[in-house]
Write a protein that binds this ligand. Structure first.
Ligand code: ADP
Length: 271
């Protein structure tokens, strides 16, 4: 990084800088290790669907005489390639988020509207579950400075998980409320819940409690780490509360902004 180069250049002129140099190198090495990990993880994750597609293509060739089997294998190829497309899109999103690339477009965002939109976008996968978005507060209390699309993505990822990890005929609730100077969105399900050990790891890239189940539901293992990066990019946070067998509540917290036109409210952040 440029920081390391700078330290290298000035180090000969001052003893004290030797220490900074070591620090920077440790930091640079850590960044490098994270990057290398990511590349290793990504290639591993890509190998599975690509390998699956190759096997299915072979099966199609072998089954050429049996139109019913061809249809079946082709259908699975379609599902698998859709998953691959989603995975690639999420990898790109995540690396751009990590580079803080996506936060160029900060505007006044109505978080309750994002939540409603996110719920709307998950209708097709909700099945028999009742998914309800409820704003608890006046719209002007539920606003932040941010990127509307990213906030919607973060909430949608939480709702998609709530649906994927709970049974049909259960309820998913999305409540947007104002708590002091924070806008909170909590997404609650009545699903399988998450053990305390897993709660500590689920925000890591590609971590899944049950890889086979996540695969069946079309999961990529990146959803929560994308939520984490989006909330951090907005100066907020995401946390989980869960009881195994009872359900989970994920809470997204973002710094609130009161209407800049109203007297007495703080001035908006400058970009
Ligand atoms: P995935 O694509 O596998 O859902 P995520 O990063 O979104 O990846 O989530 C990581 C893991 O956390 C999931 O595989 C699942 O085991 C667990 N998880 C996430 N949300 C929930 C939830 N609402 N209830 C139970 N487990 C969950």
């Amino acid at each position: 990084s440029s920081q390391v180069l700078l330290a290298v250049r000035v180090a000969p002129f001052a003893d004290g800088l030797a220490l900074i140099l070591v620090d920077d190198r440790t930091q640079a090495r850590r960044v490098e290790a994270v990057r290398r990990d990511f590349v290793v993880n990504v290639s591993h994750e890509l190998k599975t669907p690509v390998g699956g597609l190759a096997l299915l293509a072979e099966a199609v060739l072998d089954a050429a005489e049996d139109p019913e089997a061809v249809r079946r294998f082709a259908g699975r190829m379609k599902t698998e390639s859709e998953r691959l497309t989603r995975l690639v899109a999420e990898i790109v999103d995540l690396s751009r988020l990590q580079a803080n690339d996506l936060l160029a477009d900060m505007v006044l965002v109505d978080v309750a509207a994002c939540a409603a939109e996110a719920v709307e976008q998950t209708r097709v996968v909700a099945g028999e579950r009742t998914v309800v978005a409820a704003p608890a507060g006046r719209p002007e209390e539920l606003r932040i400075y941010g990127d509307r699309e990213l906030v919607t993505t973060a909430i949608r990822n939480l709702v998609t998980n709530a649906i994927a990890y709970s049974e049909d005929s259960t309820r998913v609730g999305v409540v947007t409320r104002r708590v002091k100077d924070v806008v909170e969105v909590s997404v609650s399900d009545q699903g399988r819940g998450i053990s305390p050990e897993d709660q500590e790891r689920i925000f890591e890239r590609f971590y899944r409690v049950d890889p086979a189940r996540s695969r069946r539901t079309g999961g990529t293992g990146l959803g929560l780490s994308i939520v984490k990066h989006i909330s951090a990019g907005h100066g907020g946070s995401v946390t989980v509360w869960s009881e195994e067998g009872q359900g989970s509540t994920f809470t997204l917290r973002l710094p609130a902004v009161d209407d800049p036109r109203e007297p007495g409210s703080p001035a908006p952040h400058r970009q």
